[in-house]
Write a protein that binds this ligand. Structure first.
Ligand code: GAR
Length: 197
């Protein structure tokens, strides 16, 4: 069973969906750690309620990204984490973490990438007046919401949609698509040798 860490900066509804599907056995992975760059993130409360270890840090307490990512890598190794799922983790991954987990970090983004990367993707789609947007799950590289796409699903934008109604529709897709995609991806990732790095 693959050991996963979930990273979240906020509410953590996607983290919850992953935790629930892992607990029920549909997603054949164990969520061994929930990480947040916001010590007050509700995602951490969700993890504690599920009996999952957490690790949080304040980036401003560190001199740079490399120093907090080094600590993070140490913690991930201590917990024998094999794969990382970013679920609303609103920070770029730097070279320290990327090199330690090369090809083993995925992200979810609420748009049909490469459209609308970055912050407020749903607001960007509304402002652009598109008729369809969606959800993308992709491998993480050093860019912002770039990296090879693993799964994508469209969501139609209705004329009377508001940010709230569109967000609800997109999140419903996210909560189904992320655990389902993780299930297949986790099985397929080559792990040989990586844990001894
Ligand atoms: C999700 O919609 C996720 O796709 C988005 O943040 C939200 C987190 O919600 N991620 C990004 O925008 C990444 N660039 P959650 O905390 O309820 O899971």
């Amino acid at each position: 069973m693959r050991r996963i860490a979930v990273f979240a900066s906020g509410n953590g509804t996607n983290a919850q969906a992953i935790i629930d599907q892992a607990k029920s056995g549909v997603l054949e992975c164990e969520v061994v750690l929930v990480v947040s760059d916001k010590p007050n993130a509700f995602a951490l409360t969700r993890a504690k309620n599920a009996g999952i270890d957490t690790f949080s840090f304040k980036p401003s307490d560190f001199k740079n990204k490399e120093s907090y990512e080094s600590e993070l890598v140490q913690k991930l190794k201590e917990k024998n984490v094999q794969l990382i799922a970013l679920a609303g983790y609103m920070r770029l991954i730097g070279p320290t973490l990327l090199q330690a987990f090369e090809g083993r970090i995925v992200n979810i983004h609420p748009s049909l990438l490469p459209q609308f990367p970055g912050l407020d993707a749903i607001g960007q789609a509304m402002n652009a007046g598109v008729r369809e947007t969606g959800v993308t799950i992709h491998l993480v590289d050093s860019g912002m919401d770039t990296g090879p796409i693993i799964a994508q699903e469209k969501v139609l934008v209705d004329q009377d949609d508001t940010i709230e109604t569109l967000t609800t529709k997109i999140q419903a897709v996210e909560h189904r698509l992320y655990p389902a995609t993780l299930r297949e991806w986790a099985e397929s990732v080559e792990l040989e040798g990586v844990m001894s790095k």
